[in-house]
Design a protein around this ligand. Sequence first.
Ligand code: ADP
Length: 381
Amino acid sequence: AARRTGAQAIHPGYGFLSENAGFADTCAKAGIVFIGPPPAAIRAMGSKSEAKKIMEKARVPLVPGYHGDDQSPELLAKEAARIGFPVLIKASAGGGGKGMRVVESADKFADALAGAKREAKAAFADDHVLIEKYLTRPRHIEIQVFADSHGGCLSLFERDCSIQRRHQKLVEETPSPAIDERLRREIGRTAVEAVKAIRYCNVGTVEFLLDKDRNFFFMEVNTRIQVEHPITEMVTGIDLVKEQIRIASGLPLSFKQPDIKLNGHSFECRINAEDPEKFTPCPGQITKYSAPGGLGIRVDSAMEPNAVVVPYYDSLIAKLITHGRDRQEAMARMRRALDEFVIEGIKTTIPLHRKIFNDPDFQKGHVSTTFLDRFLAGQSA
Ligand code: ADP
């Protein structure tokens, strides 16, 4: 398609091709610019185990765990006992929460390991796993980073993606209500060091878990633009995709760290074509569609009346993003926008988002990565 249209470059979006080093190689061989990091960086971060080895060397703090090559079930069980239950088994090649199992006690380890390996093999054709201490009620904090081919490397602050269902993000916000200026600088600096260690170039996200005592631990690097990037654009005023294209064409970053200012607050809700209670995909024809608008409201979507949501892809059909001068204003705008958003003919996650934004704990920012699963189970946060 690129050849036929005479395109000089390909932006892979955030789908499967975006973290496919083979595809990036193929582009290079064809003389077409891949708008993303060098294939070597994609490869280095493609395995969570390899990424941890590199980060360990760069002295980035890791979640206590095991990420070695020896995969014998006996050794893995011994490591799990050493780390201390509960532990989390993760597929090294994993993504999207697949191949992940929480194990509460030693007697459940063997079955969970077999299950995780089976799932990893089916999804990624690779059943290598790692084990981490399962942190109780952490927050998911990720840092947006940017690096150019001239040695420039900087952070565009954090995103808090703690509102997840079964380890899948549903609501994101920036800045995080759990982070002050000092911690922001510290995590940002760590993330920049982490990507410098792999000679990174272009846009990337360094993911961390933050525990109750405000310790942060490296999880992984996503070597692509992410679904939740608009909230960073809203608070920094920087067009991340434009910057990606500039960097891919060899230009230096168009800003320096002190130029980047955090302005106000932003939320994103992922509107998925899903049953909001059962979370099963709900493809079908949209009969009515009317998106909200006005100051501080942004909708990234290709949907319209009569559009058909096909069952072949991810169920994300729209991103609803709000911006306000502070958290309260961004939240009030989100509540209004969720009420005004009309999508009929299929079920969506909008009703669930309304409930989340009306929850007192969420409103106070008192959440963790287990908040939503507990909320859905009717337990208190
Ligand atoms: P994936 O690549 O499949 O999305 P991640 O490693 O990014 O997997 O983890 C996804 C989510 O799983 C995190 O945001 C967090 O909620 C949860 N998680 C991952 N590791 C841990 C851990 N060690 N303790 C507690 N929760 C974790």
